[in-house]
Design a protein around this ligand. Structure first.
Ligand code: FAD
Length: 283
């Protein structure tokens, strides 16, 4: 199908992009276009104005920042492929380089962006699991300046993030981690989207585990029912198995043509155990 008519702008700075967004009531930001363009072609989205971020070069970077303690900062327009091939991330935030190659195919990874995927908040997207497990922080720019939001507050509903229509996600901030991380997913065969995806960070120093789960329910979640009984404990295989059994506690699993609610809950439990075991075996 052909999208409905729209005005097209290609600003070269974030300020200009924000100004353009504010000028139209029904404007949308375009990043890699791998979610927005299909939605426009199907006329599920019919924005009157498109603000293409493709020429704002300072939204695309991966670096280590020493501001507020050492951490990794990634510009929202950084592509999945740039993350996949980053030696800095492989060394300092290996969960991201493990996850990125599992997204879609080479075309999707070459165009699709980290920021676009997170803002889009597709319940089957992979990045939200990692953002939750690593307790990422998001910097959002708007007409009144910048604000930061924690991962647990960022995913609001199915296809709805904390980013408002007149705002732009600018940067994602993540901790530097050891190798004891893992991402395990059960993928939809054709697209690669997660039917269940579990990211685990076993923080051996703090004797704590953080788990992000995507694909299973309408919005991604931190599996606190798994995390809490493990805090401060020596992680034995029995303890991991018992805690993983709680991976879908308190959530309502999705039930659709890809998988029943019961099967999704089962996948959450099994993949939670696998992700923790794998993370434990590393680093
Ligand atoms: C065939 C196919 C297979 C795929 N497989 C997978 C998969 O296995 N796993 C997976 O996770 N994803 C998958 N995807 C989705 C892919 O990762 C997309 O790249 C991603 O969902 C959207 O990123 P984008 O940069 O293309 O964003 P766009 O499509 O350009 O934008 C998506 C939405 O986010 C908004 N937006 C984008 N950037 C910003 C920003 N910086 N600030 C504010 N709003 C913004 C847009 O306005 C729009 O509403 C697949 C897509 C396709 C087409």
């Amino acid at each position: 199908m052909i999208p409905s008519q729209f005005d097209y702008h290609r600003p070269t700075s974030l300020d200009e992009a924000l100004r353009l967004l504010g000028q139209s009531e029904d404007a949308k930001v375009l990043a890699g276009g791998h979610s927005l363009v299909p939605a426009m072609k199907l006329r599920l989205a019919q924005p009157k104005t498109i603000v293409d971020l493709g020429r704002i070069t300072d939204l695309s970077y991966i670096r280590e920042s020493r501001e507020g303690g050492s951490r990794i900062v990634i510009g929202a327009m950084t592509t999945h492929f740039e993350i996949e091939s980053s030696t800095l991330l492989r060394d300092k935030c290996p969960l991201l380089t493990e996850l990125a190659p599992l997204i879609g195919d080479a075309q999707v990874r070459n165009r699709g962006t980290l920021g676009g995927s997170l803002v889009h908040a597709d319940p089957a997207a992979d990045w939200p699991a990692a953002a939750l497990a690593l307790d990422a922080e998001f910097e959002i720019a708007g007409p009144n300046g910048r604000r930061s939001v924690r991962a647990t507050e960022f995913f609001v509903e199915m296809m709805q993030s904390a980013v408002q229509p007149n705002e732009i996600l600018r940067e994602i901030r993540l901790p530097i981690t050891p190798k004891s991380v893992a991402y395990v997913k059960f993928a939809q065969k054709a697209s690669g989207f997660a039917i269940a995806g579990v990211a685990a960070f076993v923080n051996k120093q703090a004797r704590a585990v953080t788990i992000g789960i995507t694909g299973v329910s309408a919005k991604p979640y931190r599996a606190t029912a798994v995390e809490n009984p493990l805090r401060g404990k020596e992680l034995t295989p029995e303890l991991i198995r018992a805690a993983s059994a709680k991976a879908s506690d308190g959530i309502e699993p999705l039930n659709d043509l890809h998988a029943s609610a019961e099967f999704r809950a089962h996948l959450a439990r099994v993949h939670c155990q696998r992700a923790m075991e794998l993370a434990m075996s590393r680093g």
